[in-house]
Design a protein around this ligand. Structure first.
Ligand code: BGC
Length: 389
């Protein structure tokens, strides 16, 4: 039943993904909602412009544009530092006062930060949730106070306070990872069988099911036919989820999988990792425990540590999600809400948060590997060459 629902959602996403892309796709407008209606591990130092510790003080003098609260999940993972820094800069450039907070992946901390934003006069909240299901009560308070909410990157579930959702095409991220493994192993022509293991993300993050679903829709036929063998037997979402997207959790699960299935030199051909923090844990474990030929490893985010691993041949690919584009789209949504107009969206079918479809803007995720990372990451100014040394 649950599976059917998910596959229904996922096919809708697949259709919608054809329209995706930051700025490139045809845009439709959704009505602007009335004001009264929304232990990961440290990977690598964040970019230079990234903010310092947990709490960022709001600017001293209120800007003419009004105040925006930005709630981010954690500083432990590089991408959120970039997201926060980009959001803060672009909102300030647009004339808004910004209250940017990081919650150390602690749900209670995030709830109390949002309560503070509400009581200190924020007019719009931009929230990348830690657990999409845990914000209902605090967001009811926001709605009561006439504050609009934008779900950032991760959908906030079961709350009718959410006006818009800005994200990347999460299902497409998964299909790109699955397709990569399919092509690299030449699954349609090679004899096989090939050994595969699977690592996805936190069950409280709605995105994780989309990443997993996109990849598994590509790979499942080969698992069913026996061309791909998952020796650990861990295939279902619940068995391959990684709490908090934690590098350590992924590493210790991989340790156990290697010792039970690959310690005798059995070749592991590919590891599907939904993102870079899990890929890092898998890579660490392989380096310590595995003696066979190096497997294909997928990832997502192009975190600095993982790009370095791609350059060193330890990770095969990643997905680049330009957080500058996501911030720009989100600022457009903030502007529209503040001005009482309509924000640009390109998806009004896919993301039902339990209270109805949330009008969304899906940016396009881009394939990255050792051959194109310079152009994607350095030429575009996302990283400096020095950061990747
Ligand atoms: C994001 C990914 C990120 C993961 C872990 C997901 O919601 O979309 O980019 O790797 O969270 O933080």
């Amino acid at each position: 039943m649950k599976k059917k629902l998910l596959s229904g959602i996922l096919s809708a996403v697949m259709a919608a993904s054809l329209l995706a892309g930051c700025g490139s796709a045809a845009e439709t407008s959704a009505p602007a909602p009335a004001a009264e209606t929304k232990t990961e591990t440290t990977t690598e130092a964040a970019p230079a412009e990234t903010a310092t510790e947990t709490t960022e003080a709001a600017a001293e003098t209120p800007a003419a544009g009004g105040k925006v609260g930005v709630a981010m999940p954690t500083k432990d993972l590089q991408r959120w530092n970039q997201d926060g820094a980009n959001m803060e800069k672009q909102l300030q450039d647009a004339g808004y006062e910004v209250d940017l907070q990081y919650a150390s992946n602690d749900i209670a901390t995030q709830v109390s930060q949002i309560e503070n934003m509400i009581s200190s006069g924020a007019q719009v909240l931009v929230i990348a949730s830690i657990d999409g299901d845990s914000l209902g009560t605090v967001l009811a308070q926001a709605k009561e106070a006439g504050i609009s909410v934008i779900a950032y990157d991760r959908l906030i579930m079961n709350s009718d306070a959410v006006s818009y959702y800005a994200t990347f095409d999460n299902y497409m991220v998964g299909t790109k990872q699955g397709e990569y493994i399919k092509e690299q192993l030449d699954l349609d022509n090679a004899e096989g069988p090939f050994n595969l293991e699977i690592f996805t993300g936190d069950p409280g993050d709605n995105n994780a099911r989309f990443f997993y679903g996109g990849a598994i829709d590509v790979l499942k036929p080969y698992i069913d036919s026996g061309k791909l063998v998952v020796k650990s037997g861990q295939v279902d979402f619940d068995n391959v989820a990684t709490a908090n997207w934690s590098t350590e959790n992924a590493q210790s699960r991989m340790d156990a999988i290697i010792s039970a299935n690959y310690a005798d030199g059995t070749k592991l051909d590919a590891v599907l990792c939904s993102n870079d923090s899990t890929a890092l844990g898998v890579t660490n474990s392989l380096e310590a425990n595995y003696t066979g030929d190096w497997p294909i490893i997928t990832g997502q985010d192009c975190d600095v540590a993982n790009v370095k691993n791609m350059i060193a041949g330890k990770q095969s690919m990643s997905i680049f999600k330009d957080t500058r584009d996501l911030a720009a789209k989100t600022v457009e949504m903030v502007d529209a809400i503040m001005k009482g107009s309509e924000a640009p969206v390109n998806d009004t079918k896919t993301y039902d948060n339990g209270t109805g479809i949330i009008p969304s803007y899906l940016c396009e995720p881009v394939f990255a590997d050792v051959n194109n990372y310079k152009q994607l990451l350095i030429d575009s100014g996302y990283y400096t060459e020095d950061q990747l040394k």
